[in-house]
Design a protein around this ligand. Sequence first.
Ligand code: SF4
Ligand code: SF4
Length: 55
Amino acid sequence: MVDEKKCIGCGSCAAICPVNAIKMVKGKAKIDPKICIKCGSCASFCPVGAIKIEK
Ligand code: SF4
Ligand code: SF4
């Protein structure tokens, strides 16, 4: 999930997601849990550590 208080809206996570599960909504990243395959790429690319992926 995305911590909206930390997210700065850079878009890196949306660009890196291999299955396009992340959309930018009003400047914040939103992960669609139905599409996400929990690969963890977005979490490692987020510059502010706003994303946590529950396995
Ligand atoms: S964990 Fe992987 S599949 Fe899920 S939103 Fe992040 S980059 Fe996309
Ligand atoms: S990479 Fe992090 S700061 Fe950038 S849009 Fe995604 S969640 Fe927000």
